[in-house]
Design a protein around this ligand. Structure first.
Ligand code: SF4
Ligand code: SF4
Length: 128
């Protein structure tokens, strides 16, 4: 399960990830991180059995956490199955199956590359 962590300016310099790992003993993978001195946006992959515990641990530290259950949505009416998103996506969320593009949105890390690259403007990110 992927979690999106929104880290506010007031806590961005704290060792949040290290302290959550020590508390929960969860081994999670950082799949995307955009962090500067002012704020941070981080996507982590956590095993399903540890997901809620990790989520609560971050929330106690003031991090806004969103579970990315369906992070990218495609408008089926607009998609022409051109395959541009298959080439663009760094996590192989899209693939061809019988000449049609199908998606496994559980792989998406919300980088936004496919949204910008779709010629039909058929893709959008679900930001909660
Ligand atoms: S790039 Fe857009 S139109 Fe092309 S297959 Fe992907 S979603 Fe469909
Ligand atoms: S936003 Fe698009 S390109 Fe980026 S990981 Fe998700 S599906 Fe792939």
């Amino acid at each position: 399960m992927k979690l999106m962590l929104h880290v506010a300016p007031g806590i961005v310099r704290q060792p949040l990830i290290a302290s959550v790992i020590l508390e929960t003993e969860a081994l999670f993978n950082i799949e995307r991180a955009s962090i500067d001195a002012a704020s941070g946006e981080i996507v982590i992959e956590v095993s399903p059995d540890k997901c809620q515990e990790v989520k609560r641990a971050f929330e106690r530290r003031g991090v806004h956490v969103v579970m990315l259950e369906n992070p990218v949505v495609r408008d089926e009416e607009e998609c022409v199955h051109c395959g541009a998103c298959v080439s663009i996506c760094p996590t192989k969320t899209f693939r061809f199956e019988n000449w049609r593009v199908v998606a496994d949105s559980g792989k998406c890390i919300q980088c936004g590359a496919c949204v910008a690259g779709c010629p039909q403007r058929a893709l959008r990110l679900v930001l909660k």
